[in-house]
Design a protein around this ligand. Structure first.
Ligand SMILES: NC(=O)c1ccc[n+]([C@@H]2O[C@H](COP(=O)([O-])OP(=O)(O)OC[C@H]3O[C@@H](n4cnc5c(N)ncnc54)[C@H](OP(=O)(O)O)[C@@H]3O)[C@@H](O)[C@H]2O)c1
Length: 409
């Protein structure tokens, strides 16, 4: 007989991640017991056809929520914490909608709410923001936090595939769900950026405050022209301080080669955190997958078994701005006539935009004018685009995509 205590784990959800977690826990139990002096043991499982919530919670010291979605996940997480149980979740939708109520419940009930797997899978960005950088002044967090869209964009760039063909391949390889809407519209990434912004800036951020745009409109042509300009395209989430507030958004964006996120390809995720205290750090790794995500969940379980980490009350409520400065890529289909570039540049100039680089291709009515403009307020850029789209030599709706200018050394 050993004197070690049992640590009882209740599992809500036994799907892709839940079943991987149930498989991993007994295989790591000895190692965790050696580390914590307590033996973790699965004492209950709830699915749509198995177990009851009341029994699972009653027989647990910690509840792992891997059901997903808002309800009943919210109700179960709150009820578990009110019953004095720690909660570990991988649910970004839940935290980006109801994070404040859940973190308050954790503080009020003296339990831990851990959620490393909710953002960027196994990449330990939550831990770094909550612990490693707890005393740092973070200026900006930039991330590729959706593996499905990064896989699709990488395929389009490397093989010239259309968006539809690259999406079909992602679905075939299991990188995209049969309904990929949340991923390709940017909504999944928006939920994750809301959580990162909350931790980076100590202010409440709801998913509804995050502007997001997906990758459905991206064409192989955009990627080809971008290549000519030395740019690569990613779906980028940005959370940054702007004046006295913050801005949080998800957009397709071009990056120059030197950017730390430029080389992150395929289904991988990566997050860059910038602060004057640390310059910048970039963490990258698999953003999803049953075993990978289960490993992050297990890390949270071990942390909850050792000493407490909590998400304190917000330090302040900062305004969240929607109109911020960015550099842009602008793609115009134009009739090839003298003075076209000058007129476009003039309309941009009226809004304070100056052209950084230009590529011109094609002849006659099929000419393409592709340019990158230096940073200006988004509202002013789109005001210029509106005027440009009214010029008689512009043949179709102009296409605009953000460019991240920093190259980092
Ligand atoms: N999959 C990934 O790679 C990944 C990566 C990072 C984070 N996550 C997050 O992890 C969570 C779980 O994702 P998943 O992919 O494992 O989901 P999943 O495969 O769809 O599994 C969901 C599980 O929850 C159960 N469930 C659904 N509704 C329920 C209800 N009302 N009451 C009780 N049980 C219910 C299902 O029961 P049945 O078995 O009876 O259907 C199933 O076992 C989500 O929050 C997701 O965003 C997933």
């Amino acid at each position: 007989m050993t004197s070690e205590q049992r640590f009882r784990v209740g599992l809500l959800g036994h799907g892709t991640v839940g079943s991987a977690f149930a498989d991993l826990l007994p295989r790591r139990a000895d190692q965790i017991t050696a580390l914590t002096g307590m033996r973790p043991e699965l004492t209950g499982v709830l699915t749509t056809s198995r177990g009851t919530f009341a029994e699972v919670v009653e027989n647990a010291d910690l509840v792992v929520e891997l059901i997903g979605g808002l309800e009943p996940a919210r109700e179960y997480a709150l009820a578990a914490m009110r019953a004095g149980k720690h909660v570990v979740t991988a649910n970004k939708q839940l935290l980006s909608h109801h994070g404040e109520a859940l973190w308050a419940a954790a503080r009020e009930n003296g339990v831990q709410l851990r959620f490393e797997a909710a953002v960027a899978g196994v990449v330990p960005v939550i831990r770094v923001l909550q612990e490693t950088l707890a005393g740092a002044h973070v200026e900006r967090v930039t991330g590729i936090v959706n593996g499905t869209t990064n896989f699709i964009l990488t395929q389009m760039a490397q093989t010239g595939a259309t968006y539809a063909a690259a999406l079909a391949e992602a679905q075939q390889l299991g990188y995209a769900e049969s309904d990929p809407t949340d991923d390709v519209t940017g909504r999944d990434a928006a939920a994750k950026m809301a959580i990162l912004a909350r931790l980076a800036f100590d202010t409440p951020v709801h998913i509804d405050q995050v502007a997001y745009e997906g990758i459905e409109r991206i064409t192989p042509e955009d990627l080809q022209y971008a290549d000519d300009l030395g740019l690569g395209l990613k779906l980028i989430g940005t959370a940054e301080r702007v004046g006295e507030g913050i801005a949080v958004a998800v957009h397709p964006a071009f990056l120059y080669d030197g950017h730390p996120l430029a080389s992150v390809n395929g289904p991988f995720n990566a997050v860059t955190i910038e602060s004057p205290d640390i310059t910048e750090i970039t963490l990258s790794g698999p953003g999803a997958g049953g075993p990978e995500t289960a490993s992050a969940v297990l890390g949270d379980l071990v942390s909850a078994m050792i000493p407490p980490a909590s998400t304190p009350e917000p330090a302040a409520t900062l305004p969240v701005f929607a109109d911020v400065e960015s550099s842009f890529y602008l793609h115009l289909e134009v009739a090839d006539r003298p003075g076209v570039l000058a007129q476009v540049a003039q309309l941009l100039g009226l809004q304070g935009a100056s052209v950084r680089s230009v590529v011109q291709k094609g002849l006659g009515d099929n000419a393409r004018l592709v340019m990158v403009v230096h940073p200006l307020l988004e509202s002013r850029f789109y005001a210029a685009v509106e005027l440009i789209s009214g010029l008689d030599f512009v043949r179709s709706k102009p296409r605009a995509i953000r460019v991240i200018e920093e190259e980092y050394q």
